[in-house]
Design a binder for this molecule. Structure first.
Ligand code: PLP
Length: 349
């Protein structure tokens, strides 16, 4: 099976297993997990923040930022397509009592005017505008990358408006590799940052939240409250350290594979690629299935029989994601499987 459902599906490489096996372990809740502490220092330095906290998932990293910064009744500004709105089970409301004001903009990107326009007047009637979340890359936006300039202008609007700026950087390293910049080009403007090790970086489990000393100390308490404090988690942190050391630059291969995959999809009658193949920003490819071929889910079911897994996101939209466990050769096979599945779907319809 060529699994293009998500970049979360990767298995540890032999060398990553070796790093996990060799890691010195302790008890992180008792404060003596050397490998977790090494990872937290490494992430803080990579992102130019005071401190970092290792957590089980990207959702927990985002929700700890929200719980740490916001009070019940506060409002968070985020793009209408953002992960915190669509894929975190309503947790800003459930865990922190917050509402979200959705911002508009193409591909998951908005401008400073959108931020300024959404900040409320301080008045007893209005929720308090407390936080801005910028997702980079933006998943539902198409794996889109923020330009450093646009990000900086939005960051300025947030600062002037008194908002805490949180980067949902689940795939921040994909954005950095795509642009050829370092993470600090973005994170130096931010008050907190989440980063996933279990996406394109290829670790099996784990994310981090980085921020000021005060923010991370508070987040550490809420991590315990949310049930995310772990014990010999150095086992997982070792995989994350290995991923940061060895799997960042290679993200460029995933991006090249995504463009090759997209070029194949663009040629298939009955499928409509979103965007242009040469301009696929990172490792995600989205396309629409025309009704003559049946629903997106039916198309994915038939594609599965041809040995390729993809995700149907709606009645006609499909997502494919390239990653560490998909080779250039796999992409050629996937292209052939997609073309033959579309052809037979048409014949069958
Ligand atoms: C995957 C992802 C997350 C976190 O997801 P988990 O499955 O909880 O690790 C957060 N934000 C974005 C943009 C993501 O793609």
């Amino acid at each position: 099976m060529i699994d293009l459902r998500s970049d979360t599906v990767t298995r540890p490489t032999a060398q990553m297993w070796e790093a996990m096996r060799a890691a010195p372990l302790g008890d992180d809740v008792l404060g003596d997990e050397p490998t977790v502490q090494a990872l937290e220092l490494k992430v803080a330095s990579l992102l130019g923040q005071d401190a970092a906290l290792f957590v089980p998932s990207g959702t927990m990293a985002n929700q700890l930022a929200i719980r740490t910064v916001c009070e019940g009744g506060d409002e968070i500004l985020a793009h209408r397509e953002s992960h915190i709105i669509h894929y975190e089970t309503g947790s800003p409301a459930a865990l922190s009592g917050c509402m979200i004001s959705p911002l508009d903009g193409l591909g998951g990107v908005f401008d400073a005017d959108a931020v300024r326009g959404a900040i409320r007047h301080r008045d007893q009637h209005a929720p308090l505008s407390r936080m801005l979340v910028v997702e980079n890359t933006c998943n539902r936006g198409g794996g889109t990358v923020w330009s450093v300039e646009q990000f900086a202008s939005v960051a300025t609007a947030a600062r002037v408006g008194g908002l805490h700026l949180h980067i949902d950087g689940a795939r921040l390293m994909n954005a950095c590799v795509a642009l050829g910049v370092g993470p600090r080009d973005f994170t130096s403007h931010a008050d907190s940052v989440s980063l996933c090790f279990s996406k394109g970086l290829g670790a099996p489990v784990g994310s981090a939240l980085a921020g000021s000393h005060a923010c991370i100390a508070r987040a550490r308490r809420f991590r315990k409250m949310f049930g995310g404090a772990m014990r010999q988690s150095g086992l997982l942190a070792a995989a994350a350290i290995y991923a940061l050391d060895h799997h960042v630059a290679r993200l460029a291969e995933d991006h090249a594979n995504a463009r090759t995959l997209a070029a194949g999809i663009a040629e298939v009658a009955g499928l409509t690629l979103e965007g242009t193949a040469e301009k696929i920003p990172t490792n995600m490819v989205f396309f629409r299935v025309k009704s003559a071929l049946g629903s997106a889910q039916a198309f994915c079911d038939r594609l599965r029989e041809a040995g390729v897994l993809a995700l149907a996101l709606s009645s006609d939209r499909v997502r494919m994601v390239t990653h560490l466990d998909v080779s250039t050769n796999d992409i050629s096979h996937a292209r052939a499987a997609i073309a033959s599945t579309a052809k037979s779907s048409k014949a069958g319809a």
